[in-house]
Design a protein around this ligand. Structure first.
Ligand code: NDP
Ligand code: 8X3
Length: 253
């Protein structure tokens, strides 16, 4: 029987690539996000290429009731979630903190921190009951260090870093593995969202060097979830070769 993985934020970027690679590796997948048309297209793509079962759940991870209702709707089969990939997230804006937009702050904290907690709150007890499971939180290099104008996004990803470590301790008696994968620059829709749809500005973030692609991070998800049961990868910080940290790039412009 296939294992089951739930991937939040599977309509784009890292989450989408991870859902495809998990399906390729014989996981049945629950794919989530707000854009249902993309979920349906991804379901068709997976069904056309792999032998995996796919379930789409469209909800806004910031809305606790929507999250709870979606997980409560799962049939017995789908409740046996082996792997939870907490991936949904975003950055909004790059203003210095004193000029920050509080709507953007709320969006980032509600999605990256509270949304991750809401979905985990529903799925952790199922794993505790079965005394098995693996939670993979997609953090960021922005959760390891801070950079100019990164302020609240960095704060939200530092929270993911701390929550990951705390989960590992609290869930230890229940044989549950907890991993953080913290990428540097990955070319996805991330910067388009951060710059509110400005594609040219988003493109400039990746100009002059080779950024990571979503599949690079999906590869690491596959690596961590396929380790033998006695092995837990606590933390992976993955950067483009041309990026040393959040502010030092080897750009050839
Ligand atoms: P994308 O913008 O390509 O994908 C983000 C995903 O998150 C989408 O599927 C989106 O789905 C989902 N999402 C966002 N807000 C919500 C919401 N309120 N409810 C439900 N789903 C939501 O970006 P990435 O793939 O790059 O980002 C994935 C994760 O990786 C994020 O946590 C990000 O912080 C992290 N990361 C990204 C890096 C990068 O450079 N790209 C580097 C380090 C970390 P939808 O809009 O359909 O709801
Ligand atoms: C995304 C990477 O450097 O833009 O988490 O914060 S960065």
């Amino acid at each position: 029987m296939n294992k089951i993985a739930l991937i939040s934020g599977a309509t784009s970027g890292i989450g989408r690539a991870t859902a495809l690679q998990l399906a390729e590796n014989d996981y049945d997948v629950i794919i989530t996000g707000r854009r249902n048309d993309r979920l349906i297209a991804l379901k068709e793509e997976i069904k056309g290429n792999y032998k995996s079962d796919v379930l789409c759940l469209d909800f806004d991870i910031r809305n606790k009731n929507e999250v709870y209702k979606a997980i409560d709707s799962l049939s017995r089969k789908w409740l046996n979630i082996d792997v939870l990939i907490n991936n949904a997230g975003l950055a909004a804006g790059t203003e210095p903190i004193h000029e920050g937009d509080t709507d953007n702050w709320e969006k980032m904290i509600d999605t990256n921190v509270k949304g991750l907690l809401y979905i985990s709150k529903k799925i952790m007890p199922l794993m505790v009951e079965r005394k098995k499971g693996h939670i993979v939180n997609i953090g960021s290099v922005a959760g390891k260090e801070v950079y100019l104008n990164g302020n609240v996004y960095c704060g939200s990803k530092h929270a993911v870093d701390a929550i990951t470590k705390s989960m590992r301790i609290d869930l230890l008696p229940y044989n549950i593995r907890v991993t953080q994968i913290a990428p540097g620059a990955v070319e996805t829709e991330f910067s388009i969202v951060r710059f509110n749809g400005d594609k040219e500005k988003a493109k400039s973030v990746y100009a002059g060097y080779e950024p990571l692609i979503a599949n690079d991070i999906a590869d690491s998800v596959i690596y961590v979830v396929t380790r033998p049961a006695h092995v837990n990868i606590n933390d992976m910080l993955i950067m483009p070769t041309a990026q040393a940290n959040t502010s030092h790039f080897n750009k050839k412009l």
